[in-house]
Design a protein around this ligand. Structure first.
Ligand SMILES: [Zn+2]
Ligand SMILES: [Zn+2]
Length: 323
């Protein structure tokens, strides 16, 4: 029985603890409680190792990676990082992971509208006009207008399934791009539909239509540059067996932060399937964030490593990625 005298902060704390080692943020009171939640953070008090997009510099990287291309790659990854606000928890969440005694995150929040916060990243942008002129934009604005635009794009966002479980949750998810500072002056919002998800690898893909072609081109440029930098840096540093790991995320559902560390364990989970443990700091809200492992180059963006869990304070673990 829910205690009505309990404060939203207290209820958020209980719901957050319920996810075990996963790192979603929960704020029953919505965004307005996030500043207090950040201040009360016990995992990384003060968040001194977290750098905003504006403050990240070469000195934040270990000496051997103080390379302008490494800095640019981290910032390009950040430009493709989105904040996810999930305002509904699906009744379909299972109590336990299939075939396991481990609790599945947020079973106890099923059916509630308390907000959960996570991170996602843009993994592809399709320019629709290029492929088919018959197809029309289905963003909310176009549906409401009755006159859908014919030139539009589809932005594909990747996150963790424990953050956005299915389309029922996807329909209640706000996707915020360019949330880079407290002022929120650059924020641009998208919404979309969950098309694919997989429980054992903990990933979920959201397709977001938009007819803002300036946005589509900007994201395409960022993605191409990010991919080129990542591939070139991989080739350049591989002979040195690089250990760099960089997380770009929205800790506590607040503005974007970058943390830098090294990977400490690489698990092989079948042919070409890997999972990493790293020292780059993470907090609740970082679930679903992209982890750039310099030693890995995925042939395809779908297969990247996303932040999943905290093993200990400075030992964090990704979901499964493959190459
Ligand atoms: Zn539209
Ligand atoms: Zn924190």
């Amino acid at each position: 029985m829910e205690d009505q005298t309990m404060s939203n902060l207290e209820r958020s704390r209980i719901a957050r603890a319920d996810q075990g080692t996963y790192e979603t943020e929960v704020s029953i009171g919505g965004r307005e409680d996030l500043a207090t939640i950040t201040e009360e953070c016990s995992k990384n008090p003060g968040h001194t190792t977290f750098k905003s997009v504006e403050n990240l510099s070469l000195q934040d990287f270990p000496q051997e990676y103080q390379d302008p291309d490494v800095l640019e790659c981290a910032l390009r990854q950040a430009s493709l990082t989105v904040c996810l606000v999930v305002n509904y928890t699906s009744p379909s969440r299972p109590e336990k992971f299939p075939g396991s005694d481990n609790n599945y995150p947020f079973y106890n929040m099923r059916g509630s509208n308390g907000s959960r916060f996570g991170t996602g990243s843009i993994l592809a942008i399709h320019d629709i006009d290029q492929y088919s002129s018959n197809c029309k934009c289905y963003c909310k604005e176009c549906i409401a207008s009755g006159n859908p635009k014919t030139e539009w794009g589809k932005i594909i966002v990747l996150t963790a399934k424990h953050v956005v479980f299915n389309d029922e949750e996807g329909q209640h998810t706000e996707i915020e791009l360019f949330y880079d500072s407290v002022t929120r002056d650059q924020v641009c919002k998208l919404s979309g539909t969950v098309k694919y998800e997989q429980m054992d690898y903990d990933w979920c893909m959201i397709y977001c239509p938009t007819h803002d072609m300036t946005l589509v081109r900007k994201l395409q440029d960022n993605l191409h540059r990010y991919d080129d930098l990542k591939r070139n840096l991989h080739t350049k540093y591989m002979p040195l067996t690089p250990k760099l790991a960089v997380v770009t995320s929205h800790p506590h559902g607040c503005h974007k932060q970058i943390t830098v560390g090294t990977w400490t364990e690489r698990e092989e989970l079948g042919p070409k399937h890997t999972r990493y443990t790293y020292t780059a700091d993470t907090c609740p809200g970082c679930s679903g964030a992209k982890v750039w492992i310099l030693a890995e180059y995925e042939e395809c963006m779908h297969t990247c490593h996303m932040h999943s869990q905290a093993i200990t304070v400075h030992r964090n673990m990704s979901g499964v990625g493959w190459y």
